[in-house]
Design a protein around this ligand. Sequence first.
Ligand code: DGJ
Length: 547
Amino acid sequence: MTSATTSPSTPPDPRGRAPLPRLERVGTATRLVVDGEPFVIRGGELGNSSAERSHLAGHWPRLAELGLNTVVAPASWDVVEPAEGRFDWTSVDELVEDARAHGMRLVLLWFGSWKNSMSSYVPGWVKTDVARFPRARDSRGRALEILTPFSAANRDADGRAFAALLAHLREVDEHHVVVLVQVENEIGMIPEARDRTPEADAAFAGPVPTELLAYLADHRDTLAPELAARWTAAGGRSQGTWTDVFGAGPATDELFMAWAFARYVGAVTAAGKAELDLPMYTNAALVRPGTQPGQYPSAGPLPHLIDVWRAGAPALDFIAPDIYFPNFAEWADRYVRGGNPLFVPEALRSVDAAANALYAYGRHAAIGFSPFGIETIEDHAATMLAASYDVVRQLTPLLAEHAGQGTTTGLLPPAEDQRVPHRVPLVDVVLAATYERIAAPSLADGVINEVGDRATDTTRLPAGAIVIRTGPDELVVGGIGVTLTFDPVEAGTETVGILSCEEGRYDDDGGWQHRRWLNGDQTHQGRHVRLEPGRFTIQRVRLYRYR
Ligand code: DGJ
């Protein structure tokens, strides 16, 4: 993975077209550049079977109303290569044409060898030829409906199809409607952590590859803590079998499989990039707490395995989490370790998506955010997302200017029942935030998900904000249900007051349109800045200091 300095090799387009979408490192952030301009993805992922023209046609206007600028949609191996070497690009071409006609970009999801662990999207000619395209096996020797990553035939067939897709895009997508490509979808071994084919068993009994060991040694100080602890506990060896180096057990089985999947995906990615060098990533289904490898889709690009994926698949530009759990900020924070850019291709389409998006863009300069099943989002979740994306659209020039400078942050309630102000430093001021989530008139759309004692609350409207420090004691604050007071970074020296506070909008040219001053009840007579609950607003705030 090359997240630190991505896509330096963007090739000039052979026919003088606009440069390809690329990733660019600015400060501590990575941003997507499309048609030469920073591009922030306000996305939504379609349901798996919703991307065909005949089904999608009537949904485009609604997607635009939601404020999306990008649709995240699959291209399926079985559909594009119905017979070996014979490609049918109708589905891809229609998607690209229709997206462009509706002013949308696309993130294309390659449903290749794996989709949510399984191999349900591989073509029939692959599925039915188990001898040529072998399956993973469980510890009793039974074949699973999961292609084994220990087969060059599997890898090369997938790689050829993926390369053909990228070669086709090179020919037809002259306007760069496709800005990002996801390679495979939520890879994972289940219901056992380790493949037991003879090839897998032989590899497991053999030495840990030198490439992985060299990577571990070179990145010793920045390894994911879980991996570093396991390696150290087993003696920190620089050679040996998988159990020599990492100890025995399901966690080592998972590490071993992560390496196999990463090598395979890295090869498929490189085959595609050789045809068209678009930014590429792969995504992860996250781990439910308290589960062991094998009980969840194991060995995917999870935070505790990120180093194995980086070492095994350097062609990938980054890895991405599908965040359905309510502790959104914790997962987002784990995915930016080591400089990995944040892109959330799938998120729960509950009312909270509207606030989670603000956190992703404000705190982590996210490349993008995208609730899943966007064409079926309903009621308050839809209203809130559209309003949130409107704030993001207005703030995009400022977000782009400040990305990676340490001058923006995102605010989300750190706990469901947050009793003390949430204190977040931002350069020379400490934001002290309290959150108000008012009741939604009726249940919002979305799957109810639980983590421990925290459940996604779909009965209350969200709270969250983006805060951008535009200058000394100058802030732009956009969001909903957040009240802010301000403290100096060094306590006891001075008091921070509010010099002025105004509500307004940014127009399409980035100019500020004043709407009203907020000096009385709306700021509690100058005591705080308040983004009302239930309504997304943008305020410009000037602070001052007094003793
Ligand atoms: C995660 C997968 O990546 C999606 O394709 C879809 O299956 C959703 N889960 C369904 O919740």
